[in-house]
Design a protein. Structure first.
Length: 133
């Protein structure tokens, strides 16, 4: 496990506006790159480049799922984790654009769940066959 970031290192990682927007979205739910592209209206290379920086800083973690990668916020313990939580709590309260992006990210995640987790087919009631007399 990589060592915890110092407060200064964490602030440098999240100070870039696009990275802060990505973290804000991931605070709502785990997302794929395509989700972040759609919510933030950014090209795939831009999103991927910033996710790579955030992954190296150990602020996000990735989980491969088939040919895709699911990204989620890593909520570290200690002062770096508390600092990141405070930053993300503040931006969603103080910035209507960030609040809207977080809401869109949450909705995008919910729509994945509805689409990807299918309900089992309804079972037909079993009828008893009559025995021949």
């Amino acid at each position: 496990m990589p060592p915890l970031l110092s407060a200064a290192e964490l602030l440098l990682a999240v100070a870039e506006p696009t990275r802060l927007r990505i973290l804000n979205c991931l605070a709502a739910a785990p997302l794929f790159v395509s989700d972040l592209q759609a919510v933030l209206h950014l090209p795939q290379p831009t999103v991927s480049r910033h996710l790579q920086v955030l992954r190296r800083a150990d602020v996000v973690r990735d989980t491969p799922i088939a040919q895709f990668v699911l990204y989620r916020l890593r909520r570290n313990v200690g002062s770096p984790g508390r600092l990141l939580s405070a930053i993300l709590d503040a931006v969603v309260v103080d910035d209507p654009t960030m609040r809207h992006e977080r809401e869109r990210a949450a909705e995008r995640s919910r729509s994945h769940t509805r689409v990807r987790v299918e309900e089992p087919p309804a079972e037909k009631p079993m009828t008893r066959l009559k025995r021949p007399s």
